[in-house]
Design a protein around this ligand. Structure first.
Ligand code: GLY
Length: 269
C-alpha cells in the first residue's frame, strides 16, 4: 500500500545529521513482551528511568525527541525501531514478523504520516523488523531472520532501489536481528560481533570486532558526533574511544532482559 503517493528522496548520509528521534516509553505490560534472554523479569520502574536516560542521551546528541504514548496492548512497543525504516526524506512502515507486535505500527504510522508527504506500508506476505535493516549511507543490509522474510526484504529492496540505494540480504543464524550483531559507525567502519565479522556482505568495511564477552555491545548507535553504547561494556567503549568515537554509555539492563538494545529504542532521522 502506498499512501498518498511515492516520493523520491535522498538517503541519510554523513552530511545529513540526525535532528529528530521518535521513542515510546515502556508501558505497564512491558514484562509480558517477547524474550529469549533468560535474565529475569524487568523492573518496570527502573526501565522507565533508563528510558528517560536514553532520551537524555539522544538530546545530548542534538536530537529533538518525540515521545509517543505507551500502549499496554503491545508489551514490546517500546522497541519502536522495528516498526519503521526511515530517513529524513521518506519512511516505510513495516509489517513486524512477530504477530503480537503487528499492531504497534498504527501509532507510529500516524506519527510518521504527519511528518512525511508519502508513507509506504509493507504488504503481506512480507514481514520485516526495522532491527533487521542497517543503513550505511546509501548501502542497505537486510537480515533474513525469524522476523524478516524474503518477501519483506524484496519489498524494501525495490523501494530502496527506486531511491538510488542498494540493498543486500544476509541470512542470520542465531541473531534475533541483523543489528543485534552489527552497527554502522559512519564512513566505512562497522562495530561487529564475531558471528558477522567474516560476513561476505561486509567485505571492504573496516571492522571493530566486539569481544565475545561483550557481544551485546555490538548493538550501538552512532548519533551525530557520538556513539550511544550500552553501559558496562568497558572493552568496547575503550575500543571505540581509541578509534576516535566519543561514547555515551546508557544503562539499558531492563531492556536487555526483553531482548532489546539501544538501537531498538528509537527511530532516528
Ligand atoms: N522483545 C523484543 C522482540 O522480541 O521483538
Amino acid at each position: 500500500m502506498l499512501y498518498p503517493a511515492a516520493m523520491d528522496g535522498k538517503q541519510h548520509n554523513e552530511t545529513d545529521p540526525f535532528t529528530h528521534a521518535i521513542v515510546r516509553p515502556p508501558g505497564a505490560t512491558f514484562s509480558d513482551g517477547i524474550t529469549s534472554a533468560d535474565l529475569g523479569r524487568p523492573d518496570l520502574a527502573l526501565a522507565r528511568v533508563q528510558h528517560q536516560g536514553y532520551v537524555g542521551a539522544l538530546e545530548r546528541c542534538g536530537l529533538q525527541v518525540t515521545v509517543l504514548d505507551p500502549d499496554d496492548r503491545y508489551p514490546d512497543a517500546t522497541f519502536v525501531e522495528d516498526t519503521a525504516v526511515m530517513t529524513r526524506e521518506w519512511a516505510v512502515v513495516t509489517r513486524p514478523g512477530a504477530l503480537p507486535r503487528r499492531g504497534e505500527t498504527a501509532a507510529v504510522g500516524d506519527e510518521l504520516a504527519r511528518r512525511f508527504p508519502a508513507l509506504f506500508a509493507m504488504e503481506p506476505p512480507g514481514t520485516l523488523d526495522g532491527g533487521d535493516v542497517m543503513a550505511a549511507g546509501a548501502r542497505y543490509f537486510i537480515g533474513l531472520s525469524g522476523r524478516t522474510n524474503a518477501d519483506g526484504a524484496a519489498q524494501l529492496t525495490r523501494f530502496l532501489g527506486d531511491r538510488g540505494c542498494s540493498a543486500v540480504t544476509i541470512a542470520l543464524k542465531s541473531l534475533l536481528h541483523l543489528k543485534t550483531g552489527v552497527s554502522w559507525l559512519g564512513g566505512d567502519t562497522l562495530l561487529v560481533a564475531a558471528e558477522l565479522a567474516d560476513c561476505e556482505a561486509f567485505a571492504g568495511f573496516r571492522k571493530i570486532v566486539v569481544d565475545p564477552a561483550e557481544a551485546y555491545a555490538a548493538n550501538c548507535i552512532r548519533v551525530n558526533d557520538h556513539v550511544i553504547l550500552p553501559g558496562g561494556h568497558s572493552h568496547t567503549k575503550s575500543a571505540l574511544e581509541a578509534a576516535g568515537y566519543p561514547v555515551i554509555p546508557v544503562d539499558v539492563s531492563e531492556f536487555r532482559k526483553m531482548d532489546g538494545g539501544v538501537s531498538c529504542l528509537s527511530l532516528r532521522f
